[in-house]
Write a protein that binds this ligand. Structure first.
Ligand SMILES: Cc1cc2nc3c(=O)[nH]c(=O)nc-3n(C[C@H](O)[C@H](O)[C@H](O)COP(=O)(O)O)c2cc1C
Ligand code: SF4
Length: 479
C-alpha cells in the first residue's frame, strides 16, 4: 500500500480490547436512536438520580475524580463546587471541538447523543439548575442532526422538559450551533458567543464562569466527553470508576490518533496506564508506524502541546507525568510524525492554524502569530535568513515569555519547555503558537538552518527578494 494511503484515510472509532465507559454502545450502528439507547439501559441513571439527594449525585462525581476532558484536566466535581448559591445558574456543554487533531467529541455526539443528553441532565439535577446550553461546532453537520433528533425524541419521551418522568424536576436543553471558530471552544469566548456577541475570550480574573459566566450568572462549562462519563459513574459508583486507570487519573479517556500510524482513529483507553509506545506500536492500538519507518516526533495533546520525541515513548498517558516532561495531554489528540516529515513544514502547518484562528483581541497574539507564520513561510520557501531562526524565538518570547531551552538533552540542563506556558495574552491561544516553534527549533535547528543557507533551496537570497516574497505572503495571508 502506498504510504500516503494512511494520510488520506479519514479515521473514526476503532474498537479495541479494554474497558469501555463512554463508547460501550459504539458497536451498535444505530446507537444514536432513542429505542436502542433505552434497550441498552439508557436513561436508567437519570431515573435513579431523580430519587436521590442532588448533593449525593455531586458527591459521586467528586469521589470518582472525573477529570475534565476539554484540555485542562480539572476535576469536574471540584469545579461544580465553585458555584455560589445564586440562581438562575447554567450548565454549558462545550461541543465546539476544534483543536487540531481532536475529533472524539464529534464521535460521541454522532454515535451516542442520548448519553451526552443524559449526562447533562444528571449534572443539571446535581447542581440544582434547570437550563442547559449545548453548543455544537458549526461544521459538525451530522452531530448537529443527531443531537437535534435525539433531543426532540427525549423531549417527547418525557426525559427533558417539564416534570421529567412525572417528577417535579424540570430541565430544558437549548441547542446552539457555532459558526466554526476554534477560539469559541475557550469557555469565556463560548459564553460570549451564546450571549450573541462575537466569540472573544473574557479576561480572567476578575470573573471566572463558575461565579459569573453566562449572563453574569454562575455557569459550569464542561466538555462533551466529561459529561458523557456521568451516567456510568452514577449507575456504577465512584469506586467502580476508580478501578480503571491510575490513582491520579481514574477511568478511561478517548484518544484521537492521527498521522503516520498504521491504524489511526479514536480509541478508548485506561488513563495513566497505557504508554505512548503501547499506543503507537501495540496490536490492540495503532499497530506501528507506516511503512515501519522510524518515529521522528509526536504531538501528545493537540496542536497547542509542545512536541515529544522517541525518548518520551515510555511515558504513561497520565496528565501530571506528561506535564512534568514538558507537554500536556490536553484534549487527547495525538499526531504522529515519522522520519520522512519535514519539521519546518510541520511547524508552519500548526502555526498557520493558530494565526488564522487568533480572535485578534490582544496584540501579541494578533500580530505575533501572523509574524510567526510569515517568517516560517519564507524559511520554508527558501527565502529565510539565518537570523530568522532566533527572530522566531524572540517573537515567541514576547507572546509567551521563556526562557526556552535550545536543546532537548538533559546534560545541557535543558529538558522541558516551561509548561504551562506563561502568557502576555488574554487566553492561551497565542502561547499555543509558540509550542510548535520552540519544539521544532530546539530539536531540529539544523533543518531550519539548512533551509536558510544561501543556495539551499532557491539560490543566493538577497534582502530585496526576501522583502518581495514577504509582500506576496502578506497578500496571501490577508486574502
Ligand atoms: C483556545 C482554546 C480552545 C478550547 N477549545 C475547547 C473545545 O473545543 N472543547 C472543550 O471542551 N474545551 C476547549 N477548551 C477548554 C475550555 O476553555 C474549558 O476549559 C473546557 O471546556 C472545560 O471543560 P472540562 O472541565 O470538562 O474539560 C479550549 C480552551 C482554549 C484556550
Ligand atoms: S490570545 Fe489570541 S485568541 Fe486569545 S484572546 Fe488574545 S488575541 Fe484572542
Amino acid at each position: 500500500m502506498p504510504s500516503n494511503a494512511y494520510v488520506a484515510h479519514a479515521p473514526g472509532y476503532v474498537d479495541n480490547e479494554g474497558p469501555k465507559i463512554v463508547t460501550s454502545r459504539f458497536g451498535d450502528p444505530e446507537s444514536y436512536r432513542l429505542s436502542n439507547f433505552e434497550n441498552a439501559g439508557g436513561y436508567n441513571a437519570l431515573r435513579a438520580v431523580l430519587n436521590m439527594d442532588p448533593a449525593d449525585v455531586h458527591g459521586q462525581v467528586r469521589d470518582a475524580v472525573l477529570l475534565g476532558r476539554g484540555g485542562a484536566g480539572f476535576p469536574a466535581g471540584v469545579k461544580w463546587g465553585f458555584m455560589p448559591p445564586v440562581w438562575p445558574r447554567y450548565l454549558v456543554v462545550n461541543g465546539d471541538e476544534s483543536e487540531p487533531g481532536t475529533y472524539k467529541d464529534r464521535l460521541l455526539m454522532e454515535r451516542d447523543p442520548h448519553q451526552l443528553i443524559e449526562g447533562s441532565l444528571i449534572t443539571c439535577f446535581a447542581l440544582g439548575l434547570n437550563t442547559c446550553f449545548l453548543y455544537v461546532r458549526g461544521e459538525m453537520a451530522l452531530a448537529q442532526e443527531r443531537i437535534a433528533q435525539a433531543l426532540n425524541d427525549a423531549y417527547e419521551a418525557g426525559y427533558v422538559g417539564r416534570n421529567i418522568m412525572g417528577t417535579d424536576v424540570s430541565i430544558d436543553v437549548v441547542l446552539t450551533w457555532g459558526a466554526g471558530a476554534y477560539i469559541v471552544g475557550e469557555e469565556t469566548a463560548l459564553i460570549e458567543s451564546l450571549e450573541g456577541n462575537r466569540g472573544m475570550p473574557r479576561l480572567k480574573p476578575p470573573f471566572f464562569p463558575a461565579a459569573k459566566g453566562l449572563y453574569m450568572k454562575p455557569t459550569i462549562v464542561n466538555n462533551v466527553e466529561t459529561l458523557a462519563n456521568v451516567p456510568w459513574i452514577v449507575i456504577n459508583g465512584a469506586e467502580a470508576y476508580k478501578q480503571f486507570g491510575s490513582e491520579r487519573s481514574p477511568g478511561t479517556r478517548m484518544l484521537a490518533i492521527s498521522g503516520h500510524v498504521k491504524r489511526p482513529g479514536v480509541y478508548e483507553v485506561e488513563q495513566g496506564v497505557v504508554t505512548f509506545r503501547e499506543l503507537f506500536y501495540g496490536d490492540n492500538y495503532c499497530q506501528g508506524i507506516r511503512d515501519d519507518n522510524d518515529l521522528k516526533m509526536f504531538i501528545p495533546g493537540g496542536g497547542s502541546a509542545p512536541w515529544f520525541f522517541p525518548e518520551q515513548l515510555d511515558l504513561p498517558l497520565e496528565a501530571s507525568e506528561v506535564g512534568a516532561a514538558g507537554s500536556m495531554l490536553g484534549s487527547g489528540a495525538l499526531v504522529v510524525m515519522d522520519e520522512t516529515t519535514d519539521a519546518v513544514k510541520a511547524c508552519l502547518r500548526v502555526v498557520r492554524f493558530f494565526a488564522r484562528e487568533s480572535c485578534g483581541k490582544c496584540t501579541p497574539c494578533r500580530e505575533g502569530t501572523t509574524w510567526e507564520e510569515k517568517i516560517l513561510q519564507r524559511i520554508n520557501d527558501g527565502y529565510g535568513r539565518m537570523e530568522d531562526i532566533d527572530l522566531l524565538r524572540s517573537i515567541g518570547d514576547q507572546i509567551s515569555p521563556g526562557p526556552y531551552p535550545t536543546a532537548a538533552f538533559e546534560e545541557q540542563g535543558l529538558t522541558a519547555v516551561p509548561f504551562p506556558p506563561r502568557q502576555t495574552t488574554i487566553c492561551p491561544l497565542g502561547p499555543s503558537s509558540v509550542a510548535p516553534i520552540t519544539s521544532a527549533i530546539r530539536r531540529f535547528r539544523h533543518e531550519f538552518e539548512a533551509k536558510c543557507a544561501p543556495g539551499a533551496t532557491n539560490g543566493e537570497v538577497h534582502d530585496a527578494e526576501v522583502a518581495e516574497h514577504d509582500a506576496e505572503v502578506t497578500e496571501e495571508v490577508s486574502a
